[in-house]
Design a protein around this ligand. Structure first.
Ligand code: R2B
Ligand code: URA
Length: 312
């Protein structure tokens, strides 16, 4: 089946250019009500413009607990009034995702892997549209496996690439393979890199991020329940990835980049490496070190937000 290339997105952008930004779906306008099922929100049950109209920064990450801690951290850093214990999970009626709002920042969990983040993004992007948000920047803050980098290094994604090192996301729609570009916002990435130099205890690089559909064999690990390749083949693959500019591996960046690009949302991916895949497969880093590493992308993004808000 020949894939259909939507890379230049000419169709997707121009045919609905009159439509309010962010959503790219002509069918939405004819719906009387939009139920954002997995977020437990809806256009008839919630006043979305009132709840979310002032959102300017959206941060998404895999784990619900990490995104709650991030919301509390933001609350402290922005010196917002009120108690952090009062920050409530807006999606508490469902256990699919968690969402917290602190001032102009939204913190949402997306679970693991492409299908999970993609469902969340469809509903989040529609929510931003219904809430009439403008000029939003979205960040994925997460963890990853490094390629030739010391554990704890933060990687700002230049290009999100697939398992064959191509900057694209393939999806089967109506039985046809559709390809979308995974380019991220270059200016936001450069600005993040520049601010990282003001945080000297956070080693940061910019590079390509490979997104896979599996943590074990899909990332060339030898320690899964099954493994169909040799140690030499694993290292050859990692070497090739390194040559293609890949600096880290995770499981959501391509669909995140592709959907945000089509929907006109400025997006960046900032992930910390938990290990160097040239040195091993198992994540044996001590728990406390892992916790500190996971705060690094959060600290960099908070620094960015404070700069943008003119607080520092
Ligand atoms: C990073 O970490 C998770 C797997 O452990 C996955 O969601 C990802 O992208
Ligand atoms: N997340 C991944 O997807 N891979 C790793 O190696 C570590 C975290």
């Amino acid at each position: 089946m020949a894939p259909i290339l939507l890379n230049s997105i000419a169709n997707e952008h121009s045919s609905y250019i009159q439509q309010v930004e962010y959503v790219k779906n002509p069918h939405l306008d004819s719906m009387e009500e939009d139920i954002l099922y997995h977020l437990n929100l809806g256009t008839k049950t919630h006043d979305l413009p009132q709840m979310f109209g002032d959102v300017k920064f959206v941060c998404v990450g895999g784990s619900p607990n990490r995104m709650r801690s991030f919301a509390q951290f933001i609350h402290e850093e922005l010196e917002l009034p009120g108690n952090i214990a009062d920050i409530r999970d807006i999606c508490e009626g469902t256990d699919r995702y968690s969402m917290y709002k602190v001032g102009p920042v939204l913190s949402i969990s997306h679970g693991m892997g492409v299908p999970s983040i993609s469902i969340m993004l469809h509903e989040l992007i529609k929510m931003l549209y219904h809430a009439r948000c403008r000029d939003v920047i979205i960040f994925r803050i997460g963890t990853s496996g490094g390629i030739g980098l010391a554990a704890g290094t933060v990687v700002i994604t230049d290009k999100a690439v697939d398992s064959c090192f191509r900057p694209q996301f393939e999806q089967v729609i109506l039985g046809k393979v559709i390809i979308r570009s995974t380019e991220l916002d270059e200016d936001v990435a450069q600005e993040l890199l520049q601010y990282s130099s003001e945080l000297p205890d956070i080693p940061t690089v910019i590079g390509n991020t490979m997104c896979t559909h599996d943590f074990y064999e899909g990332q060339g690990r030898l320690d899964g329940a099954l493994c169909s390749f040799s140690t030499e083949e694993k290292f050859e693959y990692l070497r090739k990835a390194n040559e293609a500019g890949v600096r880290n591996i995770e499981m959501e960046s391509t669909v995140f980049a592709a959907m945000c690009r089509v929907c006109n949302l400025k997006a960046a991916v900032v992930c910390v490496t938990l290990l160097d895949r040239f040195e091993g497969d198992q994540i044996s880093t001590p728990h406390d070190a892992l916790l500190e590493y996971q705060q690094r992308p959060q600290r960099l993004v908070v620094h960015f937000i404070k700069k943008r808000l003119g607080l520092i």
